[in-house]
Design a protein around this ligand. Sequence first.
Ligand SMILES: *Cc1c(COP(=O)(O)O)cnc(C)c1O
Length: 369
Amino acid sequence: MKQIHFAGPLIEKDDIKIINQSVSNGFYDNYKKYSNEFIKNLEKYFNIKHALTTFTCTHAMHLAAISIGLKKGDEVICPEISWVATAHSLSHHNLKLKFCDIDIETLCMCPTSLEKNITKKTKAIMVVHAFGHPANMIKIMKIAKKYNLKVIEDAAPSLGSHIRGKKTGTFGDVGCFSFQGAKIITTNEGGVLITNNKKTIEKARLFSYLGRTDRKATFWSDHIGYRYQMSNLNSALGITQLKKIDKIIKIKRNIFQNYKNNFLDNNNIHFIDEPSYAFSNCTYPNIILNRGFKKKRDNLIKYLNKHKISARAMFPQLSQMPMHKTNKKNINAIKAANSGITLPSPVYLSKKQINFITEKINTFISNNE
Ligand SMILES: *Cc1c(COP(=O)(O)O)cnc(C)c1O
């Protein structure tokens, strides 16, 4: 049996061709050619006024926090289960994090728990469209309006997902996506920040380029900024990748559907389905074990890895990590962290391989009940 990878991109002839081209002609007159074209294409795709491509999505989220005016000590609520980038991008600005619970049906922020956590000090919400599924933005935006809170969307894995035609990343004040190698499209490493707000994009651009203003002289800077913009060569790959997003979503949704069919009537496993209110790119399929906790889950992953199946454990609770340590009793977060598994979904995954993975999971569970 060959290794079944966790995830991986669709790389075709046109991707290789444009990378070769960008190396041959992406300098001198063309040093911004691919960057500018990719940004223009993204703005069109999202139907949004402004996009800024960055080195990673983490960079985009780091810029987002200052670009919407958050300041040291401001309280931001984010879901307890996410990749650490979500939290770290805020912590770098000395913002105060508060972790709310997730919805166990979607693994995204739970609107009820969000509202319960809001205090007078709360300034913003960091939503995560976890594993590609859109968070319930209808409810979350209502809460944001009610309490006058800013909204950042960590939409990293959710490119192409939408709620009644409105794409993730376009609901809040600013949205951020990732083009890292395991995401639905890739620039090898990369990210983008999108917004309709002119002030926000101006600030993001300013800080993404060392605070350079040229105000008193060429190369003059007025702020301590960063150097965060995506390279011309990485952008070239983004151009061909974005063109095939619909094709890749079809492949991903098909993989998801095959898993779903296999786990449909399984009493031992809860399959995290597409939310009823949304269209998801379904990029990362997840299951939760109905019985048994961390040890059994970890052993199941070991068993799958031994059979060359690269399944992964769910993210641990952010509140348990030393730099974010708080005493939180978020019931669903605890459940997901201890019994959740993200299943492999590389674009090449066949129905036969999905059946093989399912069979291994079922065998392990029936031997360990
Ligand atoms: C992938 C991912 C990120 C990080 O993206 P990078 O481009 O690696 O910085 C952040 N948040 C979530 C939810 C992700 O899935």
